[in-house]
Design a protein around this ligand. Structure first.
Ligand code: FPP
Length: 239
């Protein structure tokens, strides 16, 4: 890694390609998700080592319920295990974990595990780790707008005072700075309804590497590319 590397404060990742990665190995898609989950643990360690302060990952979208029952059940099982294990990981990395998205769609025990993990890790500040579960940016914006409109109807806020800052406080990402760099693995060149409001000025990095193969070297490559662009258009981030 280059000396004096400017490490992004917040990296957002669309974890894509688990299914294709597994298929290419003649294995079921669920195997890809298990490996993808293991890779997420490793990447969290690298983020902390590199000095990234915020990491947000897209693990399950509002559209992902349309996958086969078998695949959705496999993912729920994975989330259950991971959310439990994540308490230890949060402690080790001193990382604060938050889930963004509408978690009311999940079984009660999953919601309880999410609340337990968030509560357990709430005072850690080394790394802020956001997991997007049943997340869709349009859904997040609409949920926020409903609460905002209700607060206006209840006269808690005056519509004239609605600015970007106030609006952002109604999003799931309230108090989380906008991403500096968005990485999408596995070749697709889309945002897929991820952090649409928050990524208005974010740099994008797309790679053909599938998520289970996205390792520290690939992460550094993405950061180096971001650095080159940052230098070229520099000035703003240094403020
Ligand atoms: C995209 O690959 C991945 C997902 C829809 C699930 C992401 C889940 C994980 C990385 C594992 C668990 C994460 C947590 C937070 C416990 P895909 O299935 O769309 O792959 P494909 O595009 O090749 O079909």
């Amino acid at each position: 890694m280059e000396e004096n590397m400017n490490v992004p404060n917040h990296i957002a990742i669309i974890l894509d390609g688990n299914g294709r990665w597994a298929k290419a190995k003649g294995m079921p898609r669920s195997y890809g998700h298990v490996k993808g989950c293991a890779n997420l643990e490793t990447i969290c360690d690298h983020m902390k080592d590199l000095g990234v302060k915020y990491l947000t990952v897209y693990a399950f979208s509002t559209e992902n319920w349309k996958r086969s029952r078998e695949e959705v059940e496999g993912l729920m099982k994975l989330f259950r295990n991971y959310l439990k294990k994540c308490i230890k990981i949060a402690e080790k990395n001193r990382m604060r974990v938050k889930v963004i998205g509408d978690i009311t769609a999940f079984d009660q025990d999953i919601q309880d595990r999410i609340r337990e993990l968030e509560n357990f890790s709430k005072d850690y500040t080394e790394l802020h780790f956001q997991i997007a579960l049943n997340y869709g940016s349009r859904d997040e914006i609409l949920r926020g707008v409903r609460r905002l409109a209700q607060d206006a109807a209840d006269k808690k806020i005056d519509p004239a005072q609605i600015d970007e800052g106030l609006f952002e406080s109604y999003l799931d990402t309230a108090e989380i700075p906008d991403p500096d760099l968005m990485i999408r693995t596995s070749g697709e060149l889309r945002l897929s309804n991820f952090l649409l409001w928050q990524m208005a000025y974010t740099e994008f990095y797309f790679t053909d590497v599938a998520w289970p193969d996205f390792d520290k070297a690939e992460l550094i490559k993405a950061i180096e590319k971001y650095n080159k662009r940052d230098r070229r258009y520099g000035g703003v981030k240094e403020e």
